[in-house]
Design a protein around this ligand. Structure first.
Ligand code: NAD
Length: 281
């Protein structure tokens, strides 16, 4: 396989009990990294840890103290964290004006502050060592406003902004920061969403390989699939009415508007129940 060796390097992947995080953990392990899993869903995490034979920590990424404790324990017991993949994330759908702000804004806690807590917990250690790589999982929804997922879209714009800014602050430190923008991915997060004719949902493994492109080649901004970059490029080069028309023709305005809300309610309840609780290794 192409790219540099990650043999023996410690990689922490959040939200790795399932979906993109789990796939990323598997690909990193296949490349020789010592992968540590972390997730808020204790039971799913325990099953994944057993199946993949990896150490695991129950971590709610919204808790900065839990981050400090987990990072210290990993570095004491396993070794310096060379790679952090800030992948944990949730999505709530619905019309912005109709949604309960308290429930909707939980996405900012997990998707934005969770990522920032992770960066604050790990980057000072990486900077002191003069090496390390943080890869934040954003989305093409972080490049274009995504109707009926407005706060999710805002959260992913924030992930891109904070990654771009901190990357420049640390440009001479030896530490790298990247972000990955997937189009829709076939995972629990997409439960009940309408499927587009194009782009079709991709596999979590595809995103895992996007993470590896950041790590192997030092790429800052990776789109999965590569055509996802159109989400960044088209609004910059086309008149607004033209690219919005293209979006409507593809049905991107309906993918979340016409979601199966019963299925979504079950997905969203998972995180209402899982949040908080004790952090255990
Ligand atoms: N699925 C998609 O279409 C898609 C597209 C673009 C980007 N993304 C992003 O990919 C990332 C992974 O999502 P996924 O699609 O694999 O979904 P998923 O629901 O399968 O996995 C998300 C994981 O994050 C964990 N998690 C949720 N809240 C947490 C918290 N507070 N602390 C720790 N862990 C928490 C969940 O338990 C779960 O294991 C997310 O950041 C998501 O926004 C997904």
């Amino acid at each position: 396989m192409a790219g540099r060796s990650w043999s023996g390097k410690v990689a922490l992947v959040t939200g790795s009990a399932q979906g993109i995080g789990r796939a990323t953990a598997e690909v990193l392990k296949a490349r020789g990294a010592k992968v540590v899993l972390a997730d808020v869903q204790a039971e799913v995490l325990a099953r994944t840890a057993e199946a993949l034979n990896m150490p695991a920590f129950r971590l709610d990424v919204t808790d900065p103290d839990a981050w400090s404790a987990v990072v210290a324990e990993i570095e004491d017991d396993i070794g310096p964290i060379e790679i952090l993949v800030n992948n944990a994330g949730i999505m709530r759908l619905g019309p912005f004006l109709a949604n309960d702000p308290d429930r909707d804004d939980v996405q900012l806690e997990v998707n934005v502050r969770g990522v920032m807590h992770g960066m604050r917990a790990v980057l000072p250690r990486m900077r002191a060592r003069g090496r390390g790589h943080v890869v934040n999982i954003a989305s093409t929804a972080g490049r274009v406003g995504t109707p009926y997922a407005a706060v999710y879209s805002a959260s992913k714009h924030a992930v891109i902004g904070v990654t771009e800014a901190v990357r420049q602050e640390l440009i001479d430190s030896g530490v790298q920061l990247s972000y990955v923008c997937p189009t829709p991915v076939r995972t629990a997060l997409l439960t009940g969403a309408r499927e587009l004719a194009w782009p079709k949902p991709i596999a979590p493994e595809d995103v895992a390989h996007g993470v590896m492109r950041c790590l192997d080649r030092g790429l800052v901004e990776v789109y999965v699939p590569r055509s996802g970059r159109l989400a960044a490029v088209l609004p910059a080069i086309l008149p607004r009415r033209v690219y919005e028309r293209i979006g409507r023709l593809l049905g991107v305005d309906r993918i979340f508007a016409e979601a199966d809300h019963a299925a979504r309610a079950r997905y969203e309840a998972t995180y209402a129940e899982a949040a908080g609780g004790e952090t255990v290794g």
